[in-house]
Design a binder for this molecule. Structure first.
Ligand code: HAM
Length: 413
């Protein structure tokens, strides 16, 4: 036998109850988001590489190490999408959505691709539910967005802690960056080599480091939140006030760092203890510079994404119920197959869930199969005509073949 081919590392198949749980999760998210005016968007699975390089940021791990980039033909470099915000912003610009009432609210449920080391809750192809509100910098957009994710978590039984902070606008961030870089250089001897190597490129990531030396230095580091200018402070204050008004608990965490470069002002993350090392179940923030970064006019935006696998791990989503089977059609010998086939097809056309014996089983085997499948009625085509068995009462009666549908129509459609 030749070697059996397996699913690539970091990928998985969605089977049975897991597929039903995903359907239920999608149902909850769709209901909550669409009630708030979000409409579904789907963008292509791959985009021009430049979209992510410019949008997500050259210095991020995602762009530097994790993208699946390939030759797209005609000399174009394309990349399997590692995230959804830059593509949604590209679509907003491409379709002139600035002409619609602002903000434009869009949600997605799509798969994304990152070349990461697989572990619990971390895959190379994973799914996200995401929501983006583009075209308004009102703090109420931020608060509403965070609240909607909290509502989804509540609906699916994910208990997660909300951490929130503000990064301010880019100019302010640059000023702070200089200050932080100076502090890191002064303390370079106590930092890990990796952090030292990134002082120029991405000093903020030092807050993310695990090694004790760096952590001790970072505990004393200047905080961006203390350095915000007046407008940014007010914006953040308004966001928190609205979250208070909605009774949503949060921790302001000045060390919160997100892995993507486009964030301005509000950033947030929900973490769950159920997940182990990959504790981030969903997160996002405001990205007021992103649309300009990818060639559009200055346009504010705010959104989040939550990992489907992590939500299923951390939550208690009940699988959506499989549709009940109204009719199972059995037949006693091969010559009766065409009639049975016809009856099952007619029943389905009339809106019933109906199945036909397809496994070549004996009549006894077929009846066992009908029972296992939970059929409400079984029609048995035999030499002496057609009989219909009510599997709930056990009653069996001979019926005219043409009246089977009439008999089972008492099963609710
Ligand atoms: P992100 O934090 O990179 O943000 O990803 C959001 C969520 O996707 C994470 O909290 C996690 O649940 C899930 N996730 C990320 N990587 C993986 C992985 N390798 N395997 C499994 N799950 C994963 C974004 O992607 C931003 N686009 C969010 C956003 C939207 N910001 C503004 N708008």
């Amino acid at each position: 036998m030749s070697r059996r081919i397996q699913a690539p590392r970091g990928t998985y198949d969605v089977l049975g109850d897991e597929a039903l749980a995903r359907a239920a999760l999608e149902g909850h998210a769709r209901a909550i988001l669409e009630r708030a005016g979000y409409r579904r968007i789907e963008t292509p699975a791959f985009e021009a590489t430049e979209l992510f390089a410019r949008g997500v940021g050259e210095s991020t791990d995602v762009v530097q190490k994790q993208m699946y980039t390939l030759e797209g033909g005609e000399g174009e470099s394309i990349t399997l999408r590692p995230e959804g915000t830059a593509p949604v912003c590209r679509a907003y610009l491409e379709h002139g959505m600035h002409k619609q009432p602002q903000p434009v609210r869009l949600w997605y449920l799509s798969s994304f691709f990152r070349r990461e080391r697989p572990q619990k809750g971390r895959f190379r192809q994973f799914w996200q539910i995401g929501a983006e509100a583009i075209g308004s910098d009102d703090p109420a957009v931020d608060a509403e967005s965070v609240l909607l994710l909290a509502e989804i978590f509540e609906a699916i039984g994910v208990r997660a802690r909300l951490r929130i902070s503000s990064l301010g606008m880019p100019l302010n961030r640059l000023r702070y960056r200089d200050k932080l870089q100076a502090y890191l250089r002064e303390n370079a001897a106590r930092l890990s080599d990796e952090v030292v190597a990134r002082i120029d490129l991405n000093p903020l990531r030092a807050f993310d480091a695990d090694d004790p030396g760096t952590r001790a230095v970072m505990a004393e580091a200047p905080r961006l939140l203390d350095d915000l200018d007046r407008e940014d402070k007010e914006h953040f204050g308004d966001v928190l006030e609205l979250l208070d008004a909605a009774d949503l608990p949060y921790d302001v965490d000045t060390t919160l760092v997100r892995g993507l470069d486009y964030y301005t002002r509000t950033v947030f993350e929900f973490t769950s203890d159920e997940l182990g090392a990959q504790s981030g179940v969903g997160g996002g923030g405001r990205y007021d510079g992103l649309l300009e970064q990818i060639g559009g006019p200055p346009t504010p935006g705010m959104g989040w994404a939550a990992g489907v696998e992590r939500m299923l791990l951390a939550g208690s989503v009940l699988p959506a119920a499989a549709a009940p089977l109204d009719l199972f059609v059995a037949y006693a010998k091969p010559e009766l197959r065409a009639g049975a086939f016809r009856l099952a097809a007619d029943a389905r056309r009339a809106g019933h869930a109906a199945r036909l014996e397809l496994g070549g089983r004996s009549l006894k085997g077929q009846l066992k199969q009908a029972d296992r499948a939970g059929a409400r009625y079984v029609a048995i085509l035999g030499d002496e005509g057609t009989s219909l068995k009510d599997m709930e009462t056990g009653e069996q009666q001979t019926v005219e073949p043409g009246t089977v549908m009439h008999h089972i129509s008492q099963v609710s459609l």
